[in-house]
Design a protein around this ligand. Structure first.
Ligand code: NAG
Ligand code: NAG
Ligand code: NAG
Ligand code: NAG
Length: 330
């Protein structure tokens, strides 16, 4: 990277939110420097206090327990996490936890394990509005129900009857019991140090899948586009793309504009841009909110400028000044 600074050790990676479903609370591993350590299922949901243990805390290990296989494939001393409904109806690999070296957890979508499950996850968007798909059997005394939601309040429908039903919240909100970010930064490995900035042939790009003139981002795009050329893609522009990451990589700046503006609502748009080696121009919650999750000099906030003309001028300046541009990657 261009200059030496403490950020040289950090590189963003994108984590699909499904990974986080693996084990609620595994997020504390993201910042743990040592790789290849194995973690037991964090006691997350049993003590109600799973938020960030000290990074150097040595997790208790289950290895000393003799675990044996029972007829239904459930091992003794295993925490059973039951996915009651697939988020957005899309199944994911239930073995994906293995890649995180998480032990002591069984992730399953088999509803017949309901009576044994320690944790049952419900994805808000997939809860039928008449609650007809919720469990019919009584809840075992030890079982915790998790309300999981990754949509902003604008896109979260209120479903009557959900109050006082859940024990744990899991969402992108920093204040949720289990914080499930759309992505996070991890420490670089020696392989990553050879990271080179992708070649750029475009200045500002935007890929929009959900064009809605009522979104604040639409008038902002329209105004910004008067002052700087924006390569825009998506159905609205009749410019379809196959590989979004490749497009983003080829642009110096990418408009990481959220569809709605809410506290902590910072989505994959930010993380994917960083991951692709482009500089995000963000529209969303205030700058301080972003600074809580990524380095303050790795992005441009629309609110950093008194006008969109001045934002455009800055981008145009950076187009010519590589030294200044590279500072976003240091
Ligand atoms: C959670 O942990 C914090 C810090 O360790 C502690 O002060 C607090 O009392 C704990 N809360 C519960 C409910 O255990
Ligand atoms: C679900 O679990 C039950 C009880 O353990 C088992 O009999 C059944 O085969 C499982 N179903 C699937 C699809 O794995
Ligand atoms: C979970 O919440 C329900 C509803 O508030 C409550 O009845 C139940 O005792 C709680 N379960 C646990 C394990 O805390
Ligand atoms: C480019 O930016 C650097 C600071 O990063 C500055 O010192 C230099 O004067 C700028 N060059 C031009 C041509 O503006």
């Amino acid at each position: 990277m261009a200059s030496a600074s403490s950020h040289d050790l950090l590189r963003p990676v994108v984590l699909g939110s499904f990974i986080v479903m693996c084990v609620l609370g595994t997020f504390w591993m993201y910042y743990t420097p040592t790789a290849n350590r194995s973690y037991p299922c964090p006691g997350v949901l049993s003590d109600g206090n799973q938020t960030q243990p000290a990074p150097n805390q040595t997790p208790k290990t289950h290895d000393q327990h003799d675990r044996f296989q029972t007829e239904d494939g459930v091992k003794e001393a295993e925490t059973i996490v039951l996915i009651w409904m697939w988020p957005f109806g899309v199944p994911f690999d239930l073995n994906s936890c293995a890649s995180f070296s998480i032990k002591g957890c069984l992730l399953t979508a088999n509803r017949s394990l309901y009576n044994k499950a320690n944790v049952v996850m419900f994805h808000h968007r997939n809860i039928a509005s008449d609650l007809s798909d919720m469990p019919k059997e009584p809840r075992p005394w030890f079982q915790k129900w998790v309300w999981y939601n990754m949509e902003s309040p604008t896109y979260t429908q209120r479903i009557p009857g959900l109050d006082h039903l859940f024990n744990v919240t899991a969402s992108y909100r920093l204040s949720s019991d289990v914080y499930v970010p759309y992505g996070s930064l991890v420490e670089v490995t020696s392989d990553d140090k050879s990271f080179e900035l992708p070649k750029k042939d475009k200045l500002v790009c935007w890929v929009v899948s959900h064009w809605n003139p009522n979104h604040k981002r639409v008038p902002i795009y329209n105004e910004l586009n008067k002052h700087v050329k924006i390569d825009a893609f998506g159905r609205h522009f009749e410019k379809y793309i196959e590989d979004k990451a490749q497009i983003v990589s080829s642009c110096k700046f990418y408009l990481a504009f959220e569809n709605s503006i809410h506290q902590d609502y910072i989505t994959e748009k930010l993380y994917e841009t960083l991951h692709s080696g482009s500089v995000p121009v963000v529209l969303g919650p205030p700058r301080q909110n972003y600074e809580a999750v990524v380095p303050k000099d790795s992005f441009i906030h629309v609110d950093d400028f008194p006008s969109l003309k001045e934002l455009a001028d800055w981008l145009i300046f950076l187009e010519k000044n590589e030294t200044q541009y590279l500072k976003y990657f240091s």
